[in-house]
Structures are given as C-alpha cells and as structure tokens.
Design a binder for this molecule. Sequence first.
Ligand code: ADP
Length: 252
Amino acid sequence: MKGSPLISAKQLGQGYGSRIVFRALDLELQPGVTALLGPNGAGKTTLLQTLATVLPPRQGQLTIDGRVVVSEADARLARRRIGFLPQQFGYEPGMRVRDFVQYGAWIRGLPTREWAEASTIALEYVGLADEAASKMGRLSGGMRQRAAIAWAIVGKPDFVVLDEPTVGLDPQQRLRFRDIIVGLDDTTVLLSTHLIDDVDAICDRVVIMHEGRICFEGLTEDLKALDDPSIPGYTPLERAYMSLLPQEGSNR
Ligand code: ADP
C-alpha cells in the first residue's frame, strides 16, 4: 500500500461538441507508474488531457492531492505539480535545449530564480547535460524525446503525464526511456502506450480503456494472471490485454 491517491477522478465526463468521449468515469492514481492502454479512439488522450487539467471536465470532480479543481485558478495552481508531455510537443528548432527545459519551468510557474538549477537537474537526470547548449533542431529523435521528458519533469512535479512517449524510439532509446521512468521513484506517473512490453517492464499498474470505459484497473501482475492461451498474442500480458477487448467480428 503506497498511501492515499494523488489524483482522484469521480464521475468524470468529457467530450467535444456533441461527441461524448467518456462519462461517469472513476479513477484513482497512486505513486508509481501506471500504464493507460486501449485501442485508438478509446479516449486515452482526452483522459490524459483532462487529468492534466488541460481540458476542464464537462462533468464530475477532479481532485489533486486533496484539492478539488473547480476554477481555472485551481487548475493553474494544480499545474505547478503536473508535468504533461503531449503526443506532439512543440519546439522551436533554433531554441537551445537548456532554454527549452526552462520554458517548461516557466509554464509550470516555477519561480524565475529556480529555473536554471531545476533545468540543470532535469537535463542531468535524462543524460543530456552535455547538450544543454545544443539547438533542439540538431538533436537526434531519441535525444529530443529525452529533452521533452526533461521538460515534463523539470521542478520535480508530483504527477507526470506522458502521452505515447515511446513512439518513434528505437529499442536502445526505449530501454533508456524505461530507466528514466523507473528512476522517478515516488512520482505518480501515468503514461499511455501501445507497447505491451514497456508495460510489463516498468508499470506497476494498468488502466485499460475501451470506447470511453475503463474495463480493467489494477496491478500489472493481476492483469497478467488473466492470460488466456486461446486468445491471439505472444506474451501472457498481451493475451490478457487482448482478452479484455471485444474480439474483431464479435459482439462482445
Ligand atoms: P485515443 O487517445 O485513445 O486514441 P482520443 O482521446 O484521442 O483517443 O479520442 C477519443 C475520441 O474523441 C475519438 O473518437 C476522437 O475522434 C475524438 N476526438 C479527439 N479529439 C477531438 C477533438 N479535438 N474534436 C472532436 N473529437 C475529438
């Protein structure tokens, strides 16, 4: 048992115009790494953006460390403790890596006097201290992704939200990414991914979403125990995950 939840969502509803993405969604997140899995269109990005206070919920209640987020002012305060890395993060190619990370510190509302040290710590943590003066546009894809993670963790937020952070990384870069995430210790990390072996390697818990509903929430080990050899898949976790999704051509 790792303590009370940092994030608690109750009866959360979200959508775009007349499109309802999810309704009455309950979720609690504790320190440790939680994977958010689900097919494309399930609502993962929308949920991540809602929990990161980027999108105000349409219905329900979001509580971050005991404080209910009601107004934009609450959300702004909450964001100081949240590092959110969107799927497509913007950067200016001519911007130096150090300035890019400091920009993250500014967005999070860190006091100006803390920017330089916090950025140095974040860049050291992701192994990019030597590239602090390099331009973002000159970095390799893997390095740029690490710079983005430094951007998300600068100032040590309690809640780190990463939307498909391993897309486009080669196997070596993914291994490095895993080490970075595992080292975040007491942080509450929520990451969406399609890569089941990343989940197996680094995630304590798993949330599976399908068509706006959570169809599994629990320990990775407990999900693995649902392995069904009759279901397609190469590993126990892959088969367990597939077994919870409606099979193609069925009405389940
Ligand atoms: P996932 O991340 O699981 O692929 P998303 O949260 O991106 O799912 O999308 C959930 C649903 O919401 C999809 O049907 C998608 O088409 C729709 N959607 C996502 N973003 C928007 C938007 N900005 N405007 C309208 N519909 C959207």
